[in-house]
Design a protein around this ligand. Sequence first.
Ligand code: ATP
Ligand code: MG
Length: 332
Amino acid sequence: EHRVLSGMQPSGDSLHLGNYVGALLNWVTMQEKYDAFFFIPDLHGITVPHEPAELRSRTRNTAAQFLAGGIDVERSTLFVQSHVPEHVQLSWILTCITGMGEASRMTQFKDKSAKQGADSAGVGLLTYPMLMAADILLYQPDGVPVGDDQKQHVELARNLAQRFNHRFGETFRVPEPFIPEVGARIYDLQDPTTKMSKSASSPNGRLNILDTDKKLAKKIKSAVTDAGTEIRFDRETKPGISNLLSIYSAVSGKSIDELVEEYQGKMYGHLKVDLADAVVARFGPIRDRALELLEDPAELDALLARGAEKARAIASPLLDDVYAKVGFLPST
Ligand code: ATP
Ligand code: MG
């Protein structure tokens, strides 16, 4: 069975519709076909300044939403990165075979360190891609589903795998980035030319899984629309309506063409009311289930501990092999 691996940072208070359509829904499909590993990269979450209590609650929140959204721990392996120490252990070795220039050319490092000021940015921002390479290489996946923003990091993981194999002997499978059958890209409701994101400034621009029904409806009602009255899909001249149509299509399963047909001659307001119902119908049960899971953190933590155990069963022998190849003295 082919193995795939994917992660999502615990960077917001809730997953939003973009995360749901662009990632979680694909994961749920993937676990049917593949031996799937899903993890919450909390170690990556501290590369920028953070609140400890917040990180903890966001990590649990994220896990609860994955489970409520359909990740089945009988079929796939769901774990928290920091529970599997092999990630950090391997990342050190990979860091030592990465060139300084190679690391500093990563565009995310350049962007994020520029934001924080090059001198005060943590070194973790620089070494983050080596940790990500470790995340991938430990599990020898056949594919790594990634978006555009992560392609460069997977490329680095490939280079490091080849370099290690060349220097120390065949060890890692060279990972293939695999472009998942993407769900639509979802845009901000208040600014439909930028993507919906956890870190966007306006909370009204994103539809969160954990939002109340009322809040979801309100955000959709106040979504920015476009000049004119016609409901059709045109990203250029009608970014607002096009985004609402994408969202509607994603949560209802109807095609954009079907929806355009259905709303011919109707007003923006109609579309918004029906869309709100559709989003609430989709998110409501997931939110309720997630909140239920969060009421029993011990049970949730136990599920994650079992996931970590499954992950370590794969990661630990691989790391032993790496340690031996590098020349570390066996500890037993
Ligand atoms: P941040 O603002 O912290 O970067 P984010 O909202 O962009 O958060 P990520 O954690 O970067 O979320 O991404 C998690 C997953 O969700 C990725 O697979 C990413 O491709 C997907 N994703 C994020 N935003 C969208 C979006 N607007 N439309 C479709 N997919 C998205
Ligand atoms: Mg992002």
